[in-house]
Ligand binder design. Sequence first.
Ligand code: IFM
Length: 448
Amino acid sequence: MQFNKDFVFGTATSSYQIEGAHAEDGRTPSIWDMFCDTDGKVFEKHNGDVACDHYHRYEEDIAHIKKLGVDTYRFSIAWPRIFPAKGEYNPAGMAFYKKLALRLREEGIKPAVTIYHWDLPMWAHEEGGWVNRESVDWFLDFARVCFEELDEVVDSWITHNEPWCAGFLGYHLGQHAPGHTDLNEAVRAVHHILLSHGKAVELLKGEFASSTPIGITLNLSPVYAKTDSANDQIARNNSDGYSNRWFLDPVFKGQYPVDMMNLFSKYVHSFDFIHAGDLETISTKCDFFGINFYSRGIVEFSAASDFLYKGAYSDYDKTGMGWDIAPNEFKDLIRRLRAEYTDLPIYITENGAAFDDVLEDGRVHDQNRIDYVNMHLQAVSDLNEEGMNIQGYYLWSLLDNFEWSFGYDKRFGIIYIDFDSQERIWKDSAYFYADVISKHKKAIEQQA
Ligand code: IFM
């Protein structure tokens, strides 16, 4: 595999998944603290109170990042640290991210910062959360102080991580905080998340006149039909609409997909939450597009299902999440995005896998994760040969961490965490990734 000299290698995490320090320096609870505390929502009622204790161990973690040799590190900012109460800015919370970004830069690692990775403050939730249109203003207050305090030390901004999860998993499927199951709420939540994205881009580029690149990260999963039958094609179309087009179309085409609006109208009685001008704002041009890729979907027709599809059997090899390993379908996805949606530079802002790791004699021989990462890196390299202009790859994740409703039961890290001692142990995949990066750097030096 080959990458050009400007290609960046990175690794990624998010605030609630690794920080811990849940009540320090003024932080107040987020919807995830509440969700973890609710019976039956999170595996064994695990929570992020301590997580990887990164808040106290960030220097040690930066040393690991440095040793990996990555160019860039993607992390997110905990909103309840920055605004612990409505309208109350907390400089002590911001101080942590300043220290983190400055330290990374001292080590020559570029901070790529996600503003929202799902830890909505409880005060915002109590006022309706993302379902309330005022959430757009609350988010802009948050984005504004992030830009004011951090823009100088940040190399790229990502407004939102995976609005599908924050919106549909959180407000329709009930599997993520806040655990609601109402499509009416979910489409409003998604709309306000996307609108806040567009307004944040306008803010950074307009009022701040900043040249720091900004984009959004969507989780996308190409969907396939079990058979060629007309019914299975309907299933495929609807599943694709729910997972992908409901987000891609507004961001890149300035419209929601009409077929999905019709389908949703069985449950969504009015789309009056879409105000004049919103879609222009949502589709404001960004500097890059972030994609999180993990797997594909395969579906078949189901008359009994709300949107006429259900998951179909797949004989593909699977990760520890039970997700199909699908690097070829990843290629299909990128080609489709290029053909139908965007010519913006693409960054793979997350890719990686959970497996049932075993710690033996101080080592984790996670060949399955190495194979997974290797296949996807090869796919990126192949896609760039075709001219797809992927400019970077962030491996998810640096550390084993709090995997949302799965708690600490699923390990995505390339660094193993002993959650009792907080010891960090490099898995074989970390050595592998460091080796890929080091070979790449040597190859570039030789070409120079
Ligand atoms: O852990 C998550 C991350 O927070 C968002 N993207 C998917 C990862 C694995 O499920």
